[in-house]
Ligand binder design. Structure first.
Ligand code: T46
Length: 135
């Protein structure tokens, strides 16, 4: 499976402006159990630096932009999230980092599971070991 899987959300745009609807198992390819958003990120601050064992997420910048790095233990890709009508699907066992947040960035994340600190892998070497043992 390709590392970068973008999800396009229909823009229900009319002369009043735009509206994007995110629906579980339709525009978002899983049951949504949790929604959170990141904003007010300070200049030159990066976030993430972890992977999850069992968690799918869709991330979309509803305002502003940030640069995301995804890494599946074999390949690493860097790209901008800067479009309110396009999210990225982050699969299980994917290392993620977020950099270069614009001042106005609001990063919305839809998650397939409730928050669980024990699901995090916060050490990159351990992440690579888990990926190898999983394949
Ligand atoms: C991810 C990226 C995009 C909660 O209590 N509940 C939650 O649902 C989340 C996501 C976090 N937290 C607590 C845990 C920490 O004390 O909020 C604090 C900040 O979380 P964290 O340092 O994990 O934030 P990021 O920005 O590094 O990563 C988050 C998500 O954790 C992660 O899954 O994919 O955003």
């Amino acid at each position: 499976m390709s590392l970068l899987q973008f999800v396009n959300f229909p823009n229900l745009c009319d002369d009043r402006g735009s509206l994007v609807a995110l629906e579980a198992n339709k525009t978002v390819p899983f049951d949504i159990k949790r929604v959170y958003y990141i904003f007010g990120t300070q200049k030159d601050v990066a976030r993430g630096y972890h992977a999850h064992i069992n968690l799918k997420q869709v991330a979309v910048c509803v305002t502003g932009k940030c640069r995301m790095i995804l890494d599946n233990g074999h390949n690493r890709e860097s790209f901008w999230l800067d479009n309110a009508t396009q999210g990225v699907l982050i699969e299980d066992l994917t290392w993620r980092e977020m950099h270069d947040f614009s001042d106005d960035c609001v990063l919305l994340v839809l998650a397939s599971e409730h928050y669980d600190e024990t699901d995090y892998i916060r050490n990159y070497e351990e992440f690579v070991r888990v990926v190898k043992s999983d394949s």
